[in-house]
Design a binder for this molecule. Structure first.
Ligand code: NDP
Length: 421
Protein backbone atom coordinates (compact mmCIF):
# COMPACT_ATOMS: atom_id res chain seq x y z
CA UNK A 1 0.00 0.00 0.00
CA UNK A 2 1.21 3.56 -0.72
CA UNK A 3 2.00 5.69 2.32
CA UNK A 4 -0.62 8.40 3.03
CA UNK A 5 1.55 11.49 3.24
CA UNK A 6 -1.21 14.09 3.13
CA UNK A 7 -3.15 15.30 6.12
CA UNK A 8 -6.83 14.56 6.77
CA UNK A 9 -9.15 16.87 4.92
CA UNK A 10 -10.85 18.57 7.86
CA UNK A 11 -9.21 21.32 9.94
CA UNK A 12 -8.94 20.03 13.48
CA UNK A 13 -8.78 22.52 16.34
CA UNK A 14 -5.58 21.94 18.31
CA UNK A 15 -5.71 20.71 21.88
CA UNK A 16 -3.18 20.54 24.75
CA UNK A 17 -1.60 23.86 23.83
CA UNK A 18 -1.14 22.96 20.15
CA UNK A 19 2.33 22.30 18.74
CA UNK A 20 4.09 23.97 21.69
CA UNK A 21 2.23 21.80 24.21
CA UNK A 22 2.82 18.70 22.11
CA UNK A 23 6.56 19.49 22.07
CA UNK A 24 6.92 20.26 25.77
CA UNK A 25 4.62 17.64 27.32
CA UNK A 26 6.58 14.57 26.09
CA UNK A 27 9.68 16.01 27.78
CA UNK A 28 8.10 17.51 30.86
CA UNK A 29 5.78 14.66 31.92
CA UNK A 30 8.38 11.83 31.89
CA UNK A 31 10.67 14.07 34.00
CA UNK A 32 7.72 14.74 36.31
CA UNK A 33 7.23 10.99 36.85
CA UNK A 34 10.89 10.55 37.85
CA UNK A 35 10.81 13.65 40.03
CA UNK A 36 7.66 12.57 41.88
CA UNK A 37 9.04 9.08 42.51
CA UNK A 38 12.31 10.54 43.80
CA UNK A 39 10.61 13.04 46.11
CA UNK A 40 8.20 10.38 47.36
CA UNK A 41 11.09 8.20 48.56
CA UNK A 42 13.03 11.06 50.17
CA UNK A 43 12.73 11.57 53.96
CA UNK A 44 11.25 15.07 53.63
CA UNK A 45 8.87 14.14 50.77
CA UNK A 46 8.54 17.84 50.10
CA UNK A 47 7.91 19.05 46.57
CA UNK A 48 9.43 22.40 47.59
CA UNK A 49 12.78 21.10 48.87
CA UNK A 50 15.78 22.65 47.16
CA UNK A 51 17.87 21.22 45.65
CA UNK A 52 15.39 18.52 44.64
CA UNK A 53 16.40 14.98 45.70
CA UNK A 54 17.48 13.94 42.21
CA UNK A 55 18.92 10.43 41.99
CA UNK A 56 22.38 9.84 40.48
CA UNK A 57 22.18 8.66 36.87
CA UNK A 58 23.35 5.17 37.91
CA UNK A 59 20.15 4.73 39.95
CA UNK A 60 18.01 5.21 36.85
CA UNK A 61 19.07 2.07 35.04
CA UNK A 62 19.00 -1.59 35.97
CA UNK A 63 18.91 -4.39 33.37
CA UNK A 64 16.55 -6.32 35.67
CA UNK A 65 13.98 -3.52 35.25
CA UNK A 66 14.18 -3.84 31.46
CA UNK A 67 13.68 -7.62 31.72
CA UNK A 68 10.71 -7.15 34.04
CA UNK A 69 9.00 -4.54 31.84
CA UNK A 70 9.46 -6.59 28.65
CA UNK A 71 8.41 -9.77 30.48
CA UNK A 72 5.36 -8.04 31.93
CA UNK A 73 4.16 -6.69 28.57
CA UNK A 74 4.77 -10.09 26.98
CA UNK A 75 2.78 -11.86 29.71
CA UNK A 76 -0.10 -9.39 29.41
CA UNK A 77 -0.08 -9.72 25.60
CA UNK A 78 -0.22 -13.49 25.92
CA UNK A 79 -3.15 -13.29 28.35
CA UNK A 80 -4.92 -10.80 26.05
CA UNK A 81 -4.69 -13.29 23.19
CA UNK A 82 -6.08 -16.23 25.21
CA UNK A 83 -9.40 -17.32 23.74
CA UNK A 84 -11.34 -16.74 26.97
CA UNK A 85 -14.14 -14.33 27.86
CA UNK A 86 -16.38 -12.91 25.17
CA UNK A 87 -15.96 -10.84 22.05
CA UNK A 88 -17.73 -7.46 21.73
CA UNK A 89 -18.14 -5.06 18.85
CA UNK A 90 -16.96 -1.46 19.05
CA UNK A 91 -18.95 1.51 17.78
CA UNK A 92 -19.47 1.97 14.04
CA UNK A 93 -16.38 3.45 12.36
CA UNK A 94 -16.32 6.07 9.60
CA UNK A 95 -16.19 3.39 6.92
CA UNK A 96 -19.29 1.73 8.41
CA UNK A 97 -17.41 -1.26 9.85
CA UNK A 98 -17.20 -2.33 13.49
CA UNK A 99 -14.10 -3.81 15.11
CA UNK A 100 -14.23 -6.83 17.38
CA UNK A 101 -12.60 -6.71 20.82
CA UNK A 102 -11.72 -9.50 23.26
CA UNK A 103 -13.39 -8.81 26.61
CA UNK A 104 -11.15 -10.83 28.89
CA UNK A 105 -9.53 -8.14 31.07
CA UNK A 106 -11.06 -9.47 34.27
CA UNK A 107 -9.84 -12.98 33.43
CA UNK A 108 -6.40 -11.47 32.81
CA UNK A 109 -6.43 -9.78 36.21
CA UNK A 110 -7.52 -13.01 37.93
CA UNK A 111 -4.84 -15.12 36.20
CA UNK A 112 -2.22 -12.47 37.00
CA UNK A 113 -3.34 -12.53 40.66
CA UNK A 114 -2.98 -16.33 40.81
CA UNK A 115 0.47 -16.17 39.18
CA UNK A 116 1.54 -13.50 41.68
CA UNK A 117 0.30 -15.53 44.64
CA UNK A 118 2.27 -18.54 43.39
CA UNK A 119 5.38 -16.36 42.97
CA UNK A 120 4.95 -14.94 46.48
CA UNK A 121 4.48 -18.44 47.87
CA UNK A 122 7.71 -19.46 46.12
CA UNK A 123 9.44 -16.60 47.94
CA UNK A 124 9.65 -13.95 45.21
CA UNK A 125 10.75 -10.70 46.90
CA UNK A 126 7.99 -8.46 45.52
CA UNK A 127 9.04 -5.71 47.94
CA UNK A 128 12.13 -5.25 45.76
CA UNK A 129 9.89 -3.27 43.39
CA UNK A 130 10.41 -0.40 45.84
CA UNK A 131 14.17 -0.37 45.17
CA UNK A 132 13.63 -0.88 41.45
CA UNK A 133 10.93 1.72 40.94
CA UNK A 134 13.04 4.38 39.18
CA UNK A 135 14.62 2.02 36.60
CA UNK A 136 11.19 0.47 36.04
CA UNK A 137 9.71 3.89 35.35
CA UNK A 138 12.60 4.77 33.02
CA UNK A 139 12.01 1.55 31.03
CA UNK A 140 8.23 2.12 30.87
CA UNK A 141 8.85 5.66 29.60
CA UNK A 142 11.31 4.25 27.03
CA UNK A 143 8.72 1.71 25.86
CA UNK A 144 6.07 4.42 25.50
CA UNK A 145 8.45 6.50 23.34
CA UNK A 146 9.38 3.53 21.14
CA UNK A 147 5.76 2.51 20.80
CA UNK A 148 4.68 6.06 19.86
CA UNK A 149 7.40 6.26 17.21
CA UNK A 150 6.29 2.94 15.75
CA UNK A 151 2.66 4.11 15.80
CA UNK A 152 3.53 7.39 14.10
CA UNK A 153 5.52 5.73 11.33
CA UNK A 154 3.06 2.94 10.62
CA UNK A 155 0.16 5.42 10.48
CA UNK A 156 1.43 6.61 7.09
CA UNK A 157 0.35 3.28 5.63
CA UNK A 158 -3.14 3.39 7.17
CA UNK A 159 -6.10 4.24 4.94
CA UNK A 160 -7.56 7.74 5.37
CA UNK A 161 -10.73 6.50 7.04
CA UNK A 162 -8.63 4.79 9.74
CA UNK A 163 -7.00 8.07 10.84
CA UNK A 164 -8.23 10.02 13.86
CA UNK A 165 -9.82 13.39 13.22
CA UNK A 166 -7.72 15.20 15.84
CA UNK A 167 -4.21 13.89 15.15
CA UNK A 168 -3.71 14.68 11.47
CA UNK A 169 -2.76 18.32 11.25
CA UNK A 170 0.46 17.76 9.28
CA UNK A 171 2.57 19.04 12.18
CA UNK A 172 4.72 15.98 13.00
CA UNK A 173 5.22 16.80 16.69
CA UNK A 174 1.56 17.48 17.29
CA UNK A 175 0.45 14.42 15.35
CA UNK A 176 3.05 12.24 17.11
CA UNK A 177 1.62 13.44 20.42
CA UNK A 178 -2.10 13.15 19.59
CA UNK A 179 -1.82 9.97 17.51
CA UNK A 180 -2.62 9.69 13.81
CA UNK A 181 -4.19 6.26 13.59
CA UNK A 182 -7.41 5.60 15.47
CA UNK A 183 -7.28 1.85 16.01
CA UNK A 184 -3.83 0.51 15.08
CA UNK A 185 -3.83 -3.27 14.97
CA UNK A 186 -1.35 -6.03 14.24
CA UNK A 187 -3.70 -8.69 12.93
CA UNK A 188 -6.42 -8.89 15.58
CA UNK A 189 -4.17 -7.41 18.27
CA UNK A 190 -5.55 -3.94 19.00
CA UNK A 191 -2.64 -1.92 20.36
CA UNK A 192 -4.63 0.97 21.84
CA UNK A 193 -7.27 -1.22 23.46
CA UNK A 194 -4.59 -3.52 24.89
CA UNK A 195 -2.63 -0.63 26.44
CA UNK A 196 -5.72 1.15 27.75
CA UNK A 197 -6.59 -1.23 30.60
CA UNK A 198 -3.98 -3.97 30.89
CA UNK A 199 -0.22 -3.56 31.33
CA UNK A 200 -0.42 -0.17 33.05
CA UNK A 201 -3.59 -0.60 35.06
CA UNK A 202 -2.77 -4.09 36.33
CA UNK A 203 0.87 -3.01 36.72
CA UNK A 204 -0.30 -0.21 39.02
CA UNK A 205 -1.87 -2.62 41.54
CA UNK A 206 1.10 -4.99 41.32
CA UNK A 207 3.41 -2.08 42.23
CA UNK A 208 1.05 -1.23 45.11
CA UNK A 209 1.30 -4.81 46.34
CA UNK A 210 5.08 -4.53 46.08
CA UNK A 211 4.95 -1.47 48.36
CA UNK A 212 2.79 -3.39 50.82
CA UNK A 213 5.30 -6.24 50.85
CA UNK A 214 8.11 -3.74 51.39
CA UNK A 215 6.23 -2.40 54.40
CA UNK A 216 5.89 -5.95 55.73
CA UNK A 217 9.65 -6.43 55.26
CA UNK A 218 10.41 -3.21 57.15
CA UNK A 219 7.79 -3.31 59.91
CA UNK A 220 6.51 -6.87 60.13
CA UNK A 221 2.94 -6.22 58.96
CA UNK A 222 1.06 -3.89 56.62
CA UNK A 223 -0.37 -0.71 58.14
CA UNK A 224 -4.07 0.11 58.05
CA UNK A 225 -3.30 3.09 55.80
CA UNK A 226 -1.44 0.83 53.34
CA UNK A 227 -4.27 -1.72 53.36
CA UNK A 228 -6.80 1.02 52.59
CA UNK A 229 -4.77 2.46 49.70
CA UNK A 230 -4.20 -1.03 48.24
CA UNK A 231 -7.85 -2.04 48.75
CA UNK A 232 -9.36 1.13 47.26
CA UNK A 233 -7.14 1.12 44.20
CA UNK A 234 -7.59 -2.61 43.64
CA UNK A 235 -11.35 -2.06 43.72
CA UNK A 236 -10.99 0.69 41.10
CA UNK A 237 -8.86 -1.44 38.78
CA UNK A 238 -11.06 -4.52 39.26
CA UNK A 239 -14.13 -2.43 38.47
CA UNK A 240 -12.53 -1.08 35.29
CA UNK A 241 -11.68 -4.59 34.10
CA UNK A 242 -15.01 -6.10 35.18
CA UNK A 243 -16.75 -3.39 33.12
CA UNK A 244 -14.17 -3.54 30.35
CA UNK A 245 -16.75 -3.37 27.58
CA UNK A 246 -17.61 0.19 28.66
CA UNK A 247 -14.19 1.35 27.50
CA UNK A 248 -15.33 0.77 23.91
CA UNK A 249 -17.53 3.87 24.09
CA UNK A 250 -15.01 6.19 25.80
CA UNK A 251 -13.32 9.18 24.16
CA UNK A 252 -9.97 7.38 24.22
CA UNK A 253 -11.20 4.53 22.05
CA UNK A 254 -13.81 6.32 19.93
CA UNK A 255 -12.23 9.70 19.33
CA UNK A 256 -8.50 9.91 20.14
CA UNK A 257 -5.77 8.54 17.92
CA UNK A 258 -3.11 6.32 19.45
CA UNK A 259 -0.01 8.42 19.93
CA UNK A 260 2.34 9.49 22.70
CA UNK A 261 -0.45 11.00 24.83
CA UNK A 262 -2.23 7.68 25.34
CA UNK A 263 0.81 5.39 25.12
CA UNK A 264 2.72 7.29 27.80
CA UNK A 265 -0.43 7.81 29.88
CA UNK A 266 -1.32 4.13 29.85
CA UNK A 267 2.14 2.61 30.22
CA UNK A 268 4.07 5.07 32.40
CA UNK A 269 1.92 7.79 33.92
CA UNK A 270 -0.85 5.60 35.39
CA UNK A 271 1.26 2.82 36.94
CA UNK A 272 3.96 5.10 38.31
CA UNK A 273 2.00 8.12 39.59
CA UNK A 274 -1.48 6.86 40.49
CA UNK A 275 -0.11 4.74 43.35
CA UNK A 276 2.28 7.32 44.83
CA UNK A 277 0.37 7.05 48.12
CA UNK A 278 1.50 3.45 48.65
CA UNK A 279 5.11 4.37 47.97
CA UNK A 280 4.84 7.38 50.26
CA UNK A 281 3.58 5.14 53.09
CA UNK A 282 6.64 2.86 52.86
CA UNK A 283 8.92 5.75 53.83
CA UNK A 284 6.42 7.82 55.84
CA UNK A 285 4.26 5.48 57.94
CA UNK A 286 0.97 6.91 59.19
CA UNK A 287 -1.19 5.82 62.07
CA UNK A 288 -4.89 5.95 61.38
CA UNK A 289 -7.68 5.82 63.97
CA UNK A 290 -10.54 3.39 63.47
CA UNK A 291 -12.95 6.30 63.21
CA UNK A 292 -10.72 8.03 60.64
CA UNK A 293 -10.46 4.82 58.62
CA UNK A 294 -14.25 4.33 58.78
CA UNK A 295 -14.79 7.88 57.49
CA UNK A 296 -12.37 7.33 54.61
CA UNK A 297 -13.98 4.00 53.71
CA UNK A 298 -17.38 5.72 53.71
CA UNK A 299 -16.08 8.48 51.42
CA UNK A 300 -14.62 5.91 49.01
CA UNK A 301 -17.90 3.95 49.15
CA UNK A 302 -20.00 7.03 48.31
CA UNK A 303 -17.62 7.99 45.50
CA UNK A 304 -17.67 4.48 44.10
CA UNK A 305 -21.47 4.31 44.29
CA UNK A 306 -21.92 7.57 42.34
CA UNK A 307 -19.20 6.60 39.85
CA UNK A 308 -20.53 3.11 39.15
CA UNK A 309 -24.26 3.96 39.14
CA UNK A 310 -23.87 6.93 36.81
CA UNK A 311 -21.54 5.16 34.39
CA UNK A 312 -23.80 2.09 34.29
CA UNK A 313 -26.91 4.22 33.78
CA UNK A 314 -25.46 5.98 30.74
CA UNK A 315 -23.99 2.78 29.30
CA UNK A 316 -27.32 1.00 29.68
CA UNK A 317 -29.15 3.94 28.13
CA UNK A 318 -26.80 4.09 25.15
CA UNK A 319 -26.93 0.31 24.69
CA UNK A 320 -30.70 -0.14 25.08
CA UNK A 321 -32.84 2.93 25.92
CA UNK A 322 -35.90 0.70 26.29
CA UNK A 323 -34.36 -1.32 29.15
CA UNK A 324 -36.56 -1.11 32.25
CA UNK A 325 -33.82 0.46 34.38
CA UNK A 326 -33.64 3.54 32.14
CA UNK A 327 -36.88 3.62 30.14
CA UNK A 328 -38.66 5.77 32.77
CA UNK A 329 -36.00 8.49 32.78
CA UNK A 330 -36.72 11.87 31.22
CA UNK A 331 -34.79 12.56 28.03
CA UNK A 332 -34.51 15.21 25.33
CA UNK A 333 -34.31 14.52 21.61
CA UNK A 334 -31.36 15.63 19.48
CA UNK A 335 -31.07 16.12 15.73
CA UNK A 336 -28.78 13.07 15.50
CA UNK A 337 -31.57 10.72 16.59
CA UNK A 338 -29.79 9.98 19.88
CA UNK A 339 -31.42 11.25 23.08
CA UNK A 340 -29.84 12.87 26.13
CA UNK A 341 -30.77 11.93 29.70
CA UNK A 342 -31.99 14.89 31.75
CA UNK A 343 -33.07 13.01 34.87
CA UNK A 344 -31.48 10.33 37.02
CA UNK A 345 -27.74 10.71 37.60
CA UNK A 346 -27.26 12.72 34.40
CA UNK A 347 -29.90 15.20 35.57
CA UNK A 348 -27.98 15.75 38.83
CA UNK A 349 -24.85 17.22 37.20
CA UNK A 350 -23.56 16.91 33.63
CA UNK A 351 -20.72 14.59 34.67
CA UNK A 352 -21.78 12.67 37.79
CA UNK A 353 -19.21 9.97 36.97
CA UNK A 354 -16.41 12.52 37.34
CA UNK A 355 -17.79 13.59 40.72
CA UNK A 356 -17.69 10.01 42.01
CA UNK A 357 -14.20 9.51 40.63
CA UNK A 358 -12.95 12.65 42.40
CA UNK A 359 -14.42 11.60 45.77
CA UNK A 360 -12.61 8.29 45.45
CA UNK A 361 -9.37 10.06 44.52
CA UNK A 362 -9.61 12.08 47.73
CA UNK A 363 -10.25 8.92 49.77
CA UNK A 364 -7.05 7.37 48.35
CA UNK A 365 -4.94 10.27 49.63
CA UNK A 366 -6.45 10.79 53.08
CA UNK A 367 -4.81 7.67 54.62
CA UNK A 368 -1.48 9.46 54.09
CA UNK A 369 -2.36 12.19 56.61
CA UNK A 370 -2.49 15.93 56.08
CA UNK A 371 1.14 16.94 56.54
CA UNK A 372 2.35 16.38 52.97
CA UNK A 373 0.95 17.55 49.66
CA UNK A 374 2.69 14.81 47.65
CA UNK A 375 0.20 11.99 48.34
CA UNK A 376 -2.51 14.42 47.18
CA UNK A 377 -0.81 14.68 43.81
CA UNK A 378 -3.31 12.28 42.21
CA UNK A 379 -6.41 14.10 43.37
CA UNK A 380 -4.98 17.50 42.35
CA UNK A 381 -3.84 16.26 38.95
CA UNK A 382 -7.08 14.34 38.44
CA UNK A 383 -9.20 17.42 39.20
CA UNK A 384 -7.29 19.33 36.51
CA UNK A 385 -7.54 16.39 34.09
CA UNK A 386 -11.28 15.96 34.58
CA UNK A 387 -11.99 19.68 34.28
CA UNK A 388 -10.07 19.72 31.00
CA UNK A 389 -11.67 16.46 29.85
CA UNK A 390 -15.11 17.77 30.71
CA UNK A 391 -14.44 20.89 28.62
CA UNK A 392 -13.27 18.73 25.67
CA UNK A 393 -16.33 16.54 25.98
CA UNK A 394 -18.70 19.53 26.18
CA UNK A 395 -17.15 20.96 23.03
CA UNK A 396 -17.65 17.68 21.20
CA UNK A 397 -21.21 17.31 22.50
CA UNK A 398 -22.09 20.87 21.52
CA UNK A 399 -20.74 20.19 18.01
CA UNK A 400 -22.71 16.91 17.88
CA UNK A 401 -25.99 17.96 19.44
CA UNK A 402 -26.16 21.76 18.88
CA UNK A 403 -29.29 23.33 20.37
CA UNK A 404 -30.27 20.17 22.22
CA UNK A 405 -26.99 20.35 24.12
CA UNK A 406 -27.71 23.98 25.08
CA UNK A 407 -31.12 22.89 26.34
CA UNK A 408 -29.46 20.14 28.39
CA UNK A 409 -27.02 22.67 29.87
CA UNK A 410 -29.91 24.94 30.86
CA UNK A 411 -31.78 22.03 32.46
CA UNK A 412 -28.65 20.71 34.22
CA UNK A 413 -26.55 23.82 34.93
CA UNK A 414 -23.68 22.30 36.94
CA UNK A 415 -20.87 20.40 35.25
CA UNK A 416 -19.36 18.23 38.01
CA UNK A 417 -20.10 19.53 41.52
CA UNK A 418 -23.64 20.67 42.30
CA UNK A 419 -23.91 24.41 43.12
CA UNK A 420 -20.12 24.83 42.79
CA UNK A 421 -18.92 23.87 39.32
P1 NDP B 1 -18.07 9.78 29.83
O1 NDP B 1 -18.43 8.41 30.29
O2 NDP B 1 -18.31 10.87 30.79
O3 NDP B 1 -18.87 10.00 28.50
C1 NDP B 1 -19.13 11.27 27.92
C2 NDP B 1 -20.14 11.00 26.80
O4 NDP B 1 -21.38 10.60 27.38
C3 NDP B 1 -20.49 12.20 25.97
O5 NDP B 1 -19.54 12.42 24.96
C4 NDP B 1 -21.82 11.77 25.39
O6 NDP B 1 -21.53 10.85 24.32
C5 NDP B 1 -22.45 11.00 26.54
N1 NDP B 1 -23.34 11.84 27.32
C6 NDP B 1 -23.04 13.01 27.95
N2 NDP B 1 -24.11 13.48 28.59
C7 NDP B 1 -25.11 12.60 28.37
C8 NDP B 1 -26.47 12.55 28.76
N3 NDP B 1 -27.02 13.52 29.50
N4 NDP B 1 -27.22 11.52 28.35
C9 NDP B 1 -26.66 10.52 27.60
N5 NDP B 1 -25.39 10.53 27.18
C10 NDP B 1 -24.62 11.56 27.57
O7 NDP B 1 -16.61 9.79 29.26
P2 NDP B 1 -15.17 9.58 29.86
O8 NDP B 1 -14.49 8.62 28.96
O9 NDP B 1 -14.57 10.92 30.04
O10 NDP B 1 -15.32 8.92 31.32
C11 NDP B 1 -15.64 7.56 31.58
C12 NDP B 1 -15.21 7.22 33.02
O11 NDP B 1 -13.79 7.07 33.08
C13 NDP B 1 -15.56 8.32 34.04
O12 NDP B 1 -16.03 7.73 35.21
C14 NDP B 1 -14.25 9.01 34.30
O13 NDP B 1 -14.22 9.55 35.60
C15 NDP B 1 -13.27 7.88 34.12
N6 NDP B 1 -11.94 8.33 33.73
C16 NDP B 1 -10.89 8.00 34.53
C17 NDP B 1 -9.61 8.38 34.20
C18 NDP B 1 -8.47 8.03 35.09
O14 NDP B 1 -7.33 8.32 34.71
N7 NDP B 1 -8.70 7.44 36.25
C19 NDP B 1 -9.33 9.16 32.98
C20 NDP B 1 -10.52 9.46 32.22
C21 NDP B 1 -11.76 9.05 32.57
P3 NDP B 1 -22.66 10.26 23.31
O15 NDP B 1 -23.84 11.15 23.41
O16 NDP B 1 -21.99 10.28 21.98
O17 NDP B 1 -22.96 8.88 23.80
Amino acid sequence: MKPNKHKATHSAEREFGGALGATCIPVFLPLTVLYLLSVCRSPAASVLQWPPPLPPAAHLWDPLAAVLIVGWITLQSFLYLLPIGKVAEGLVLRDGSRLKYAINGFHTLSITAVLLLVCLWLGMPLGYLFELILPLAVCAIGVSYLLSMYLYIRSFWAPQHALSLGGNTGNPLYDFFMGRELNPRIGDFDLKYFCELRPGLIGWVVINLGMLMKEVELRGSPSLAMLLVNGFQLLYVTDALWNEEAVLTTMDIVHDGFGFMLAFGDLAWVPFTYGLQAMFLVVHPQSLSTLGAAGIILLNGIGYYIFRKSNSQKNQFRRDPTHKSVSQLETIATATGKRLLVSGWWGFVRHPNYLGDLLMALAWSLPCGMLHILPYFYVIYFTILLIQREARDEKQCRAKYGLAWDTYCRRVPYRIIPYIY
